[in-house]
Ligand binder design. Structure first.
Ligand code: NAD
Length: 424
């Protein structure tokens, strides 16, 4: 089996990332050499793996690993497994990770990896074989001081467990020296609350935005695109705080209920059947209708570039919380800013995952064990204080939250470059 399909939106993510950083360099008045230094990725790896699976077939998968920047620490970012992932997409996502780790204040740089294969086509054993083949193939580019992977679209904690096992097996040791991968099962040195961290962080930024914008959580109508890890946890967390989730979608379809979906039942249905399609607690609607639903808050939590200049004019949400990476194209961003939509940018909104990955990294390095309460409190504190810093600059500069978040993130990376010194 070979997976070669290219998705249409992949270049979009890199274009969006480049547009964001170029705009920021202009606002901050950076000189062209420094701008080039922060834009160009430090390292890009592209390879093909061909593992054999139990039925005798070979899987042929293109794999990518990009370390965009390591000025502030080892490159950090998830592994995306989709049918259409490309080097451009991984590069754009790695660049976004540089700004995200900088903004949330963890000692990491930006990286990302990609495995071009549709995980839905793989049996669990086949996926494990593919993950192990990927790990062996890029082993020399992974390490606590180099690049530390984590889950992203199409990968999960079990996959990270296989990576951890593959590394210690190759090294002939029960445990690797330091943290090679985050988002692992807790029993293998993972941290409690990592799986929910991104979604809980998204919910924390929505609550912070509502406080600043004088919106009450009870009665707040929320629509969620993508009901995987980030989308489902965000929906459960915001519903628990009193909001009403009126619409949700995933790759199988969408569901709507004006009085509010029972999100716990929806999550159970997805766990049992593999998707939203067929959920009895709502009316069937399309994925496009979910994005354009009549709601106060829209959480795009699937792929990138899903809101473009074409559908942006029809978006009715007053707040967009970017659970996904780069869900808006630059044109859509401009249209929505002009409409006065309050956008919580991805590098802030979904940074909870990498923050708790940092806690996992320090826990593993120090052989410590943090409790769920400790993790939740530190996550909530870091998300809300970072939100406040971004909001404060937004008020001072009269500019969108994305500009403020990028200004703060890029400034920290540039400070890092200058503090290290420019000599070779
Ligand atoms: P996931 O694989 O668990 O879930 C993705 C969801 O999106 C699934 O429900 C899938 O069915 C749905 N989906 C895919 N294509 C769709 C489409 N065309 N229309 C509607 N739904 C669609 O992935 P995840 O980890 O939840 O990641 C989602 C997004 O959040 C990605 O953009 C990812 O980069 C970003 N993100 C994830 C994390 C993390 O910790 N997992 C951290 C930061 C950012």
């Amino acid at each position: 089996m070979v997976q070669t399909t290219e998705s249409n939106n992949v270049d979009g993510i890199l274009q969006t990332a480049l547009w964001n950083v170029q705009q920021t360099a202009g606002r901050l008045g950076l000189n062209p050499d420094i701008t080039r230094r922060i834009v160009e990725p430090a390292e890009q790896i592209r390879s093909v793996i061909h593992p054999q699976v139990p039925n005798g077939e070979m899987l042929h998968a293109h794999v990518f690993l990009v370390r965009h920047n390591d000025v502030l620490g080892p490159s950090k970012g998830g592994i995306r497994m989709t049918a259409g992932v490309t080097l451009n997409e991984v590069t754009g996502l790695a660049m976004e990770m540089t700004w995200k780790t900088s903004l949330i204040g963890v000692p990491f740089g930006g990286g990302k990896a990609g495995i071009r294969y549709d995980p839905a086509l793989l049996k669990p054993t086949e996926k494990e074989i593919l993950i192990r083949a990927f790990t062996r193939g890029v082993r020399r580019h992974i390490g606590p001081e180099v690049y530390v992977p984590a889950p992203d679209m199409g990968t999960n904690d079990s996959d990270m467990g296989h990576i951890r096992d593959c590394v210690s097996y190759s090294d002939g040791k029960s445990i690797p020296a330091g943290c090679f991968v985050t988002g692992k099962p807790v029993v293998l040195g993972g941290i409690v609350g990592r799986r929910e961290a991104t979604g809980n962080g998204v919910a924390a930024t929505i609550v912070a935005a509502c406080e600043r914008l004088n919106k009450k959580l009870p009665g707040l109508r929320v629509a969620v695109q993508g009901f995987g890890n980030v989308g489902s946890v965000s929906a459960l967390a915001i519903a628990e705080k009193g909001a009403t989730v009126v619409a949700a979608s995933d790759i199988t379809g969408g569901t709507y209920c004006a009085e509010g979906l029972d999100v716990v039942k929806l999550a159970d249905h997805v766990a049992k059947t593999g998707g939203i399609k067929g959920f009895a607690g709502g009316k069937e609607i399309t994925n496009a209708q979910v994005l354009e639903a009549d709601c106060d808050v829209l959480i795009p939590a699937a792929g990138g570039s899903v809101i473009t200049e074409e559908n942006a004019p029809r978006i009715r949400a007053k707040i967009i919380a970017e659970g996904a990476n780069a869900p808006l194209t630059p044109q859509a961003d401009e249209i929505l800013n002009a409409k006065g939509v309050f956008i919580i940018p991805d590098i802030l909104c979904n940074a909870g995952g990498v923050f708790v990955s940092y806690l996992e990294y320090t826990q593993e390095t120090q052989r410590d064990q943090m409790t769920r309460d400790e993790v939740q409190q530190r996550l909530y504190h870091r998300m809300t204080t970072t939100f406040d810093r971004v909001y404060e600059r937004t008020q001072q500069k009269h500019q969108p939250m994305r500009h403020s978040a990028m200004d703060l993130a890029v400034t920290r990376v540039v400070d890092g470059i200058q503090s290290r010194g420019l000599l070779p």
